[in-house]
Design a protein around this ligand. Structure first.
Ligand SMILES: *Cc1c(COP(=O)(O)O)cnc(C)c1O
Length: 467
């Protein structure tokens, strides 16, 4: 075998070994930062190491230095694993090493991206006039969508924001949910719209935007306006009432953006798609591939009903750019220029699952979330804080006999992470410390849920005793 093939074969072997072990190892990383630096660091060698040794060194640290988020019992943040078809397709992306900024640089990836956008659009029930692009994650998808929004509402007020910037521009009113994801505020910052200037609409007990409050806020306004709604609250999984928000936004002449990082995929399930009713009346949507769709990091998707505004925000001509007017240049929809073929694993997973497979994935994760809540609920120390409407479960632990439930909850979370059977993170929900459990991985089974619930209850009981 030549050296290239030897390397690729060895890497494939390492990857297979890693994945074969990922369900049975502690879910947390067991190496510290210093231990990893000792294994991997040191001065840059003057004479390079043999490539095979480099790959072996990296792989040797992976089993204990990574977090087993590819495994079935990682419930932290909203992460998701990667379907084998998506991982395999991603290997091809690296082997092809295509720059998919423009069609001329990679006809294949441009076309695959076009197809994948079309499939996602179809799943979400959006008309063919929508278009979009692939970015690193929902942070950049929110940014890209809001850049198009900023262009669109400014132009309606007679201002060319790309040419003239924000100095002297008609002010843009930005209205967001009080529980908007922090990446919305980061996007507003990067766009010069100011995170703190956004008006925040109060939410209800599940974290949904209150449309009566929104309507009151929008009633007397005029001028450029952007409204940001959310499909899938990161804590509760709850959906803002998008159809009602669309009504309010329309009557104000506002651009409606929906952050559907994981919640958009509810579209795949007939029993859940009612949650996103009205999303076709939005002007833009941001979502993630690397969360619930289970493609490898990194992958976010921006979709817009106004492709010309997306293009206006991001297209600049250069003399050497070869433009094929009959074809779609992927960079026109996103801020990045040179980039990898993120659409390829999305294409692979959608093609391999089909509508039915995606629907099963989404329904299964939601059923497992309900199973988790049901398995924890009987414990007198446990309080489920949310209506489990999607794949998120929010749990608070109350010390038997009373006491500081915030401290107790944090103690249980730390104990569960240390135990290693599963991994769940902490959050603060409406002033209360809580454990956040997100079921987003294709490989999680009922047995994984039962085993994890048992570990959580065992840790909670132990924490109670050791207090
Ligand atoms: C995860 C998430 C984001 C940010 O997505 P990244 O992929 O981390 O950039 C934005 N909004 C919501 C609702 C999310 O859950």
């Amino acid at each position: 075998m030549n050296e290239r093939d030897t390397l690729l074969t060895r890497a494939a072997r390492h990857a297979q070994d890693y994945l074969a072990a990922v369900a049975d190892r502690p879910v947390r990383a067991t190496l510290t930062g210093d231990e990893l630096r000792r294994l991997l660091g040191g001065p840059l060698p003057d004479q390079g190491d043999p490539p095979l040794a480099v790959i072996d060194r990296l792989a040797g640290a992976a089993g204990s230095g990574t977090v087993a988020s590819q495994g079935p019992r990682y419930f932290g943040f909203v992460v998701g694993g990667s379907y084998p078809a998506a991982t395999a397709a991603d290997w091809l992306v690296s082997a092809w090493d295509q720059n998919c900024g423009i069609f001329a640089l990679s006809p294949l990836v441009s076309v695959v991206e076009d197809i994948a956008i079309g499939w996602v659009r179809g799943l979400a029930g959006l008309p063919a006039s929508w278009n979009g692009g692939f970015v690193t994650g929902c942070q950049m998808a929110n940014f890209a969508a809001l850049a198009a929004a900023r262009h669109h509402v400014s132009r309606s007020a007679g201002w060319d924001i790309e040419a003239n910037g924000l100095v002297g521009a008609p002010p843009i009113e930005v209205v967001v949910s009080d529980e908007a994801h922090y990446t919305i505020f980061m996007a507003l910052r990067m766009l010069g719209l100011g995170a703190a200037r956004a008006r925040r609409v109060p939410t209800d007990g599940q974290g949904r935007m209150r449309t009566d409050e929104l309507a009151a806020m929008l009633r007397d306004g005029s001028g450029p306006c952007i409204v940001c709604a959310q499909a899938g609250n990161v804590n509760t999984g709850a959906f803002d009432p998008i159809a009602d928000i669309a009504d309010a936004a329309r009557s104000r002449g506002a651009w409606l953006h929906v952050d559907g990082a994981f919640g958009l995929w509810a579209a795949a399930s007939p029993s859940l798609s009612g949650h996103i009713r009205g999303i076709d009346r939005a002007d833009s949507i941001a979502t993630d591939g690397h969360k619930w769709l289970n493609v490898p990091y990194d992958c976010g998707i921006v979709l817009t009903a106004h492709p010309s505004s997306e293009r206006a925000a991001f297209t600049l001509d250069a003399a050497y750019i070869v433009r094929d007017v009959a074809e779609r240049d992927p960079h026109e929809f996103v801020p990045e220029e040179s980039r990898r073929g993120r659409a390829v694993p999305v294409y692979a997973v959608l093609r391999a699952l089909g509508r039915q497979g995606l629907r099963d994935l989404v329904d299964r994760c939601c059923a497992l979330a309900r199973r988790m809540a049901a398995a924890l609920q009987p414990d007198p120390a446990v309080r489920i804080l949310n209506d489990v409407v999607l794949n998120q479960v929010l749990v608070r632990f109350e010390p038997p006999g009373g006491g500081d439930a915030d401290a107790f909850t944090r103690q249980v979370i730390a104990g569960v992470q240390e135990d290693g059977t599963c991994w769940a993170g902490g959050t603060t929900w409406h002033g209360m410390a809580a454990m956040r459990i997100s079921i987003s991985n294709w490989s999680t089974t009922e047995a994984d849920i039962d085993r994890s619930a048992e570990a959580i209850r065992r840790v909670a009981t132990g924490a109670g005793v050791s207090r």
